[in-house]
Design a protein around this ligand. Structure first.
Ligand SMILES: Cc1ncc(COP(=O)(O)O)c(C=O)c1O
Length: 363
């Protein structure tokens, strides 16, 4: 006896209204049902890192004569430019202490200007008349930046979004370019992400980070990172990070918040501006003795320091001397944030900048 499934097989003509159909170009065809189809193509192209995504854009999609980076920027993007694109003219526009960008006015059609949504805070994008806008979304979970971002109608700026995935997600590697491209990847054994996943202490983790920092290849994301990213519940990440950040913004007793996050923004860190470098370094050392590890985002790149006569990096250098970044990741809750605030208050009460430890060396 025939299985029931095949019992009433309708002809192609008779089932036209009952079956779901997908449009391919002009024609309408029934949806294909089969095993082992390639994965559904999303609107992202995945890479091993934010640097790989950035390098791919500049080498294959929008090769330009001049690239403008902000003076307040992650070292890795400057390193990509110096190492992979020595022939491309590298310029910088300045960023003030509140992260407002002073965008260039001389950018032409052969220029790319990079704008960063710093630490999850929506930035005013480059809105020139010509050129390419490279929108760096590294600090934001995918899909959380929505367009108010397009340049004005009359402008012919091409916008390309990309980013790292290691910041906003709990993964060892990953980067993306928005849109579907088909890169030919460079060979890569993913040793840094392997070491990171094997790491059992700070030293291994540090070495994995160092390996990642020395990595210039345009290669593919590892499968475990992609799976983790696609399974992340962005809503709950957003909720927890926002609560943590708000708690620190309200209860830390030293310095001032660097930015005020909007309700729909997902903070990556709580950046605090501390009155002096010695107080900042003292606090950082003290917190490390309490197993609370903070960081400095970002030291000014040595290339900029060497060229400070040509680019105004004064405010970026001021931030470098005053900022302290506190973790607010979704792994932490109210109790953890309270512990941070109590430790900071204790440091404050006990003479603050008198504490100069050396516990950060080697970290
Ligand atoms: C804003 C920004 N863009 C790009 C990158 C580069 O990302 P990756 O380390 O994945 O190469 C980073 C890294 O910290 C970053 O902070």
């Amino acid at each position: 006896m025939k299985p029931h499934l095949f019992a009433a097989k309708p002809s192609a003509e008779s089932d036209s209204s009952a079956r779901p159909r997908v449009a391919v170009g002009e024609k309408t065809v029934p949806k294909t049902i089969a095993s082992r189809l390639p994965p559904v193509r999303g609107n992202y192209t995945w890479f091993s890192s934010g640097r790989a995504a950035f390098a791919y854009l500049l080498s294959e999609i929008v090769p330009v004569r001049t690239v403008y980076l902000p003076t307040y920027v992650c070292w890795s993007l400057v390193d990509v430019m110096l190492n992979r694109f020595p022939e491309t003219q590298l310029k910088f526009y300045s960023v003030d202490r509140s992260l407002n960008c002073r965008y260039p006015i001389d950018a032409d059609a052969d220029t790319a200007v990079l704008s960063i949504h710093y630490f999850g805070h929506r930035a005013e994008m480059y809105r020139g008349k010509e050129g390419v806008l490279l929108e760096d979304c590294s600090h934001v979970p995918l899909g959380m930046i929505t367009p108010d971002k397009h340049p004005p109608e009359e402008a012919s700026v091409r916008r390309m979004s990309f980013g790292s995935l290691r910041k906003a997600y709990r993964v060892a590697d990953g980067g993306f370019v928005e849109g579907f491209f088909n890169p030919v990847f460079e060979a890569d054994r993913h040793l840094s992400s392997w070491l990171r996943l094997q790491a059992t202490d700070w030293k291994d983790l540090r070495e994995a980070e160092n390996m990642t920092d020395r990595h210039w290849k345009i290669s593919d994301i590892s499968g475990h990172s992609l799976a983790a990213i696609l399974q992340t519940d962005v809503e709950s990440v957003h909720r927890q990070r926002r609560q943590n950040e708000q708690f620190l913004a309200q209860h830390l007793t030293v310095g001032n918040p660097m930015v005020q996050f909007r309700a729909d923004e997902c903070p990556l860190l709580h950046n605090r501006l501390i009155e002096s470098t010695s107080a900042r370094d003292s606090l950082r050392s003290y917190l490390a003795t309490q197993q609370i590890f903070t960081s400095v985002h970002w030291p000014v790149h040595e290339h900029l320091i060497r060229n400070r006569d040509h680019f105004d990096c004064e405010d970026a250098a001021w931030i470098d001397r005053h900022v302290l970044s506190f973790p607010v990741s979704e792994d932490y809750d109210f109790d953890n944030m309270e512990r941070i605030c109590n430790a900071v208050a204790k440091w404050h009460r006990s003479g603050a900048s008198r504490f100069v430890g050396n516990t950060l060396s080697g970290m």
